[in-house]
Design a protein around this ligand. Structure first.
Ligand SMILES: [Cu+2]
Length: 124
């Protein structure tokens, strides 16, 4: 009774690379954390300052702020390039009425996100 059992089993060293302590992936795409004017908020005209703060660094040059005016026309607002890395700031002279600021930003992870900030400029 011959029992041949092949034990030619090579145990290859399993290389487990446990990335303990490695940094977590950078924050996902940018999310709006706070804004001035606030969503559905009111701003005092005519000189309105905008400040949108995100949860991560964003590319100022590849981000865009588009304002929809009360007459539905649109206007691209220049983004200040010297602002904080996680904020977009700009200014505009606005008449009283209902506006929507559409933001589109490129986060450092390469993802583009967008959203709207409707607001009202108060009359006087
Ligand atoms: Cu992302």
């Amino acid at each position: 009774m011959t029992r041949s059992i092949s034990t030619g089993r090579k145990v290859l060293g399993a290389a487990l690379f446990l990335a303990l302590g490695a940094p977590l992936p950078a924050f996902a795409h940018a999310i709006l954390m706070a804004s001035t004017p606030a969503v559905n908020g009111t701003a005092e005209g005519p000189d309105v300052s905008f400040d949108l703060r995100f949860n991560s660094r964003i590319d100022h040059k590849r981000s865009r702020l588009t304002l929809t005016l009360p007459d539905r026309s649109q206007q691209v607002l220049p983004i200040a390039e010297d602002g904080p890395e996680d904020q977009l700031t700009t200014k505009a002279a606005l008449k009283p009425g209902a506006y929507t600021l559409r933001w589109q930003v490129l986060a450092i992870d390469g993802h583009i996100t967008r959203g709207d900030v409707p607001f009202t400029v108060g009359g006087n």
